[in-house]
Ligand binder design. Structure first.
Ligand code: SAH
Length: 520
């Protein structure tokens, strides 16, 4: 089925899945059968080795060449299907002379034995002929062995076709189910919301973003990130007082995991919103866990839909991207907060830190940067200008850290406003080793704090268990010599890429050098 991203009814009408067409298949079947019937096999004569083009040609040949009128024999001995089959097999197996058939007694016939039901030739077309038809009778057809075989094969083929048609019908049914879910569960859209660059993104520009979340694999990766998922779970399960009887909004519910944690933690109602097609899985998942009375799922961008409630008590969301702000999904959470969060309500996670540390990894630097100085004897140094400005998402080995980490920005999700998500910050890295600083690493920490009796946090830093966010590495084009105990001063500026608000520009100023990195 063609993917559809917008749930409007009129648009969906155009997207009605192409259902399989049974009529066409029937026509195909008929054609196939006609073909099979017309496609007669050559027939070996009963009395010589000559091949004939059809059963009728064989009968004529036997009469003309061997003076045996097989139709006459059928009539004379009143042979039914079995008698006819036995006669053919008798003639073939005994290789009896044509003349010996002339003076046979009326009874017993020499092919009386059941043994002659056994075909002598494989797929003998004579056995598939109907003696009554050969005699030109209009009477009811008794089935011969060959005819029975033929009909059994036909029935088998029809069964196979029916099974295929059933599979197609089931598939169509599934498509219709998904379509119906989209129609029923999409509430009226409201495109007046226009807070922030991301909410102004044109739908087609955001399509790639949401379709990436439509595939199961990204959700599998997130769910298997235990640091991430267990932190959300532990926060909700160990602070039931925060959730008891509350109305919760899950912004970007994906598979619905956070909504289900919230429901199990005691929430009165959970509204789960996601624009990507994964929400159809979430609908099944929620039902499979008998939580459909508690959790309402809505497909759509949070900026476009209208919630079925005026206000919510809690907003939960897992919106964090690389270097925290990549993806700019926090914009959507802030949009929901400003529109739907009741006074005194809370957004979770509530606090986030972005931290930096100095890295001294000469080996890696050579591998990524110095490499271009001599590539199979050629100078490709100009490539460095392309390599350096791309921030790299990778796991940094803790033993390559050469400074203490420093927090360059703290975000309180309950208070921050959109404009503060672009910022500049002076920083100071306390160097712990005398060596070359080859890169700056960035990462973030997440806190579930507000009103919690059991606070929960997790870090995406290089010192602790790695997460799917890994770390973000900003390679320095030229390594900087540093001394243990020194304070390496710098300035970082984080801006959204105006052309693609989901990606970021990060600029470092360090020892009179300035380098801008993109994160896309
Ligand atoms: N909450 C899930 C999924 C997190 S991934 C979990 O923790 O496993 C983020 C999800 O947010 C994606 O499925 C994405 O499609 C959805 N999303 C991002 N921006 C959104 C928006 N503006 N409106 C609705 N859904 C959004």
């Amino acid at each position: 089925m063609a993917e559809y991203t917008d749930p409007h009814i009129d648009e969906v009408a155009e997207e009605v899945p192409e259902l399989s067409d049974g009529d066409d298949d029937d026509a195909d079947d008929e054609e196939q059968w006609q073909w099979m019937e017309e496609d007669s096999q050559p027939v070996t004569c009963l009395f010589c080795d000559r091949l004939q083009s059809s059963v009728n040609a064989t009968l004529q040949h036997c009469t003309a060449e061997h003076q045996v009128n097989l139709v006459g024999l059928i009539r004379k001995y009143n042979l039914d299907d079995y008698g006819y089959i036995k006669m053919i097999n008798f003639i073939r197996s005994t290789k009896c002379k044509a003349s010996s058939l002339a003076g046979l007694p009326d009874a017993p016939l020499p092919w009386e034995s059941e043994a002659f039901l056994q075909p002598v030739l494989q797929d003998d077309p004579l056995l598939q002929a109907d003696p009554e038809e050969l005699c030109g009778s209009d009477g009811p057809r008794a089935e011969g062995h060959g005819a029975l075989l033929h009909r059994a094969q036909a029935a088998e083929e029809r069964a196979r076709c029916s099974e295929e048609a059933l599979a197609r019908a089931m598939d169509d049914l599934h498509k219709l189910k998904v379509l119906a879910q989209g129609l029923v569960l999409n509430v009226e859209t409201n495109r007046s919301g226009n807070l922030g660059a991301v909410s102004e993104l044109r739908e087609d520009e955001d399509e790639a973003y949401f379709s990436s979340y439509g595939h199961y694999s990204i959700h599998e990766e997130m769910l298997k990130d235990k640091v991430r998922t267990e932190s959300y779970r532990d926060f909700m399960y160990s602070n039931p007082e925060v959730f008891r009887d509350k109305v919760v909004l899950d912004v970007g519910c994906g598979t619905g995991i956070l909504s289900m944690f919230a429901a199990r933690a005691g929430a009165k109602k959970v509204i789960a919103v996601d624009q990507s097609e994964i929400i159809y899985q979430a609908m099944d998942i929620v039902r499979s866990n008998q939580l459909e009375d508690k959790i309402t799922l809505i497909k759509g961008r949070i900026e476009d839909i209208k919630l079925p409630v005026e206000k919510v008590d809690i907003i939960i969301s897992e919106w964090m991207g690389y270097f925290l702000l990549f993806e700019s999904m926090l914009d959507s959470v802030l949009y929901a907060r400003d529109l739907y969060l009741t006074d005194g309500g809370s957004v979770y996670p509530d606090l986030c830190n972005i931290s930096l540390a100095a890295v001294g990894d000469v080996q890696k630097h050579q591998d990524r940067i110095a490499f271009w100085d001599d590539v199979y004897g050629f100078n490709m140094t100009c490539m460095k200008k392309a390599v350096v400005p791309e921030a790299v998402v990778e796991v940094v080995k803790a033993d390559t850290l050469i400074s203490e980490p420093t927090v360059i920005q703290t975000i309180d999700c309950n208070r921050v406003c959109l404009s503060e998500l672009e910022f500049s910050s002076d920083f100071c890295l306390k160097i712990t080793n005398t060596t070359d600083c080859t890169a700056i690493v960035g990462y973030f920490d997440i806190f579930f704090d507000k009103g919690c009796s059991n606070k929960v946090m997790f870090s995406t830093g290089p010192q602790v268990t790695k997460t799917h966010w890994k770390q973000t590495v900003f390679l320095l084009e030229k390594p900087v010599a540093v001394q243990a105990g020194e304070e390496l001063q710098g300035k970082i500026t984080v801006r959204k890429n105006k052309k693609d608000p989901r990606s970021l520009w990060v600029t470092f100023e360090l020892r009179d050098r300035k380098q801008t990195y993109s994160l896309q």
